[in-house]
Design a protein around this ligand. Structure first.
Ligand SMILES: [Cu+2]
Length: 115
């Protein structure tokens, strides 16, 4: 009987020790880089794109704006989705698209931010 009793005691105290070790561990909420805090998504209507190349040029122009994280331009929809810092203004976007050139010629892009 005695060895078994000792064994039970040891197991019980090990379990208690285990509980003590787990208790102070705080639940951690980790913010990942894939959810960028403090960004805003703007919808931009773009007139004047006549092919996929136009959309690519528009995308490059948008991504060249300081504070723009990413731009997704759809030639079919004549729209762009721009993920940017809140400080980026509609004016910056409209101006950047207005100044797009291909082969040295200014593209006839007319943009407006829908938001
Ligand atoms: Cu084109």
């Amino acid at each position: 009987m005695r060895p078994l009793f000792t064994c039970v005691l040891i197991v019980a105290s090990l379990a208690a020790c285990e509980r003590q070790r787990e208790a102070p561990t705080p639940t951690q909420v980790v913010e990942t880089a894939s959810t960028p805090a403090n960004t805003t998504t703007l919808e931009v209507h773009i007139d004047g794109m006549v092919c996929g190349g136009c959309a690519e040029a528009a995308q490059k122009a948008l991504e060249g704006i300081d504070g723009v994280r990413s731009a997704d331009v759809s030639f079919e929809k004549g729209m762009a989705k721009v993920v940017c810092d809140p400080g980026v203004s509609a004016d910056q976007i409209v101006t950047a698209l207005h100044n797009v050139e291909m082969n040295g010629e200014k593209m006839p892009f007319e943009a407006s931010v829908v938001e």
